[in-house]
Design a binder for this molecule. Structure first.
Ligand code: ZN
Length: 301
């Protein structure tokens, strides 16, 4: 996409400051305590870009994402498992088990088996009860996938969420911060999950712009305070046409991507991955063993 066109889109985006669509009535208890981190060096920032198809990501102009790949383990062919909607997808990633274990197959928490297969925050707190843990999202249901956080907040717009994330990073520096950007999924449902859709690609590019604002702060902190941030980027499903549910056998929907960056990783592309590996990877970075938790994945490093 041409730079001039992107600039126009950015200006339009800021001018109209669109709020993301309310998919569900808010149910999560909002907590706004600044979660002071206890880890002096290693931190985790997880960013979910909802509904970003691998080929559309590759076709988009994403300079910040591209720069992260220089020191990342990454793949554009990652199995996210069956039941190709958001709640099962994020649950697989943040509980580290396939739907067979967490039992979620639709955008509802009714059948969840979270008690037997706890989320990343609960697993981390077993070993390190005082960690600073934060989660920020456009979508209330994303906030319900984890628990025991110090901070949980829902935002109507990406600029507000990004601004708050930067504030948290600098004021209290949580040990783990989860962020979820819903705009690409909204755009895919409206204009098509396809690299030929300029609107869909621009939603991905705008998400990359916010990633850039956050990464600027992280690079500064790594230089000033010797911190080492693992930055995990991924999605929960792709899509075909303007949809993505019930498409377990469609490559464009089920097979997604991830990138796991640290300051000292060598750029490594994996030919085939699985989203269940992300949770053990993040736990290992923080020095917490994930064995004996019944997890389905293993650390990428
Ligand atoms: Zn989704």
């Amino acid at each position: 996409m041409q730079t001039r066109f992107i600039s126009v889109l950015f200006i339009l985006f800021f001018a109209i400051a669109p709020g993301c669509i309310d998919k569900f009535k808010p149910k999560k208890e909002i907590k706004t305590t600044c979660p002071v981190g206890i880890e002096p060096i290693r931190k985790v920032l997880f960013i979910g870009w909802d509904g970003v198809r691998s080929d559309a990501l590759l076709a988009s102009n994403t300079p910040t994402f591209d720069s992260l790949l220089q020191s990342a383990i990454y793949s554009f062919n990652v199995d996210r498992g069956p039941h190709t909607v958001s709640t099962p997808g994020w649950s697989t990633i943040l509980h580290g088990v396939w739907p067979e274990k967490h039992r979620l197959t639709e955008n509802s928490f009714k059948k969840n088996n979270y008690k037997q297969y706890p989320d990343i925050f609960q697993l981390l707190r077993r070993s390190k009860p005082n960690l600073g843990l934060a989660t920020l999202s456009n979508w209330d249901a994303f906030l319900q996938i984890t628990s025991e956080e110090t901070y949980a907040n829902r935002f109507d717009t990406d600029p507000e969420m990004t601004q708050e994330a930067i504030k948290l990073i600098n004021e209290c520096t949580p040990d783990v911060m989860l962020m979820h950007f819903d705009f690409p999924d909204d755009s895919g449902h409206e204009f098509g999950f396809d690299p030929s859709s300029l609107e869909y690609k621009s939603a991905i590019e705008i998400s990359d712009y916010y990633l850039g604002l956050i990464m600027t702060q992280i690079y500064l902190r790594e230089m000033q305070f010797n911190e080492e941030w693992m930055v995990v980027l991924t999605t929960d499903h792709g899509g075909q046409g303007t949809g993505h549910g019930g498409q377990d056998n469609i490559t464009e929907t089920r097979f997604v991507w991830y990138a796991v960056r640290t300051p000292n990783f060598t750029s490594t592309m994996i030919s085939q991955g699985e989203t269940v590996d992300l949770l053990p990877t993040m736990m290992k970075w923080l020095g917490v063993s994930s064995s004996n938790s019944g997890l389905d994945g293993t650390s990428l490093f």
